[in-house]
Design a protein around this ligand. Structure first.
Ligand code: 5GP
Length: 218
């Protein structure tokens, strides 16, 4: 990375990158792609009281805990935000987020609109939020069935909730329609790259430019 006279211009404040969408709009796939392809980004692993789905790994997809443990974390202030979704409790553990941000890393959140509102209230300047839209209702239903992790009644419940979740799209900084996963990924990655370059996030810039000026004046 460029450096002049010892000052680096790659120091930056970590940001909180939030992806929200109705279930089945491709948010989880987009999250995985971001984590694979964009260095300097860490996933916030939520705690949840819902049952583990086939293929999910405790500690990687979620930390699966019971209601008593969830309530205890909430009471002790260990959750940065929490919400009830589909009758289950979900929350973001505070410690790992603060550690990653403090270390200059970005944190990726796969959370719903309720959690996004809470993060925005706590850290407006550090939150970048993206809402993912499905291209059509039929497409959303097809993806929920293809995922085949949930029963038909659970899928019906998710479809009926989707319309309510969609109503929060206008609270987000960016909206991406996922008609094609590679195109949607490219758009989401572009948002992240541009947000990383925001002047106020590049904390090493003042010193870097001062050094540049010194060099130029010689
Ligand atoms: P799922 O049960 O399909 O994994 O997630 C259901 C919904 O809960 C998704 O919209 C997901 O983004 C949201 N969610 C997952 N973790 C959290 C969390 O920690 N906080 C909030 N507010 N929502 C979450």
């Amino acid at each position: 990375m460029a450096s002049v006279g010892g000052s680096k211009n790659n120091e930056r404040r970590g940001l909180m990158f939030v992806l929200s969408s109705p279930s089945g709009a491709g948010k989880t796939t987009l999250s995985r792609m971001l984590l694979d392809k964009m260095p300097g980004m860490k996933l916030s692993v939520s705690v949840t009281t819902r049952a583990k789905r086939p293929g999910e790994v405790d500690g990687k997809d979620y930390r699966f805990i019971d209601k008593a443990a969830f309530d205890a974390m909430a009471k002790k202030g260990e959750l940065l935000e929490f919400a009830t979704v589909f009758d289950h409790h979900y929350g973001t553990p505070r410690g790992p987020v603060e550690a990653a941000l403090g270390g200059g890393e970005d944190v990726l959140f796969d959370i719903d609109w309720q959690g996004t509102q809470q993060l925005r209230e706590k850290a407006r300047d550090d939150v970048v939020s993206v809402f993912i839209l499905p291209p059509s209702a039929a497409d959303l239903e097809k993806r929920l069935h293809t995922r085949a992790q949930d029963s038909d009644s659970v899928i019906a419940g998710r479809m009926s909730r989707a319309s309510h979740e969609l109503s929060h799209w206008a609270e987000y900084d960016y909206v991406v329609t996922n008609s094609d996963i590679d195109t949607a990924y490219a758009e989401v990655a572009t948002i992240l790259k541009a947000e990383r370059l925001k002047r106020e996030r590049q904390t090493g810039l003042s010193a870097f430019v001062r050094d540049l000026q010194k060099q130029l004046a010689k």
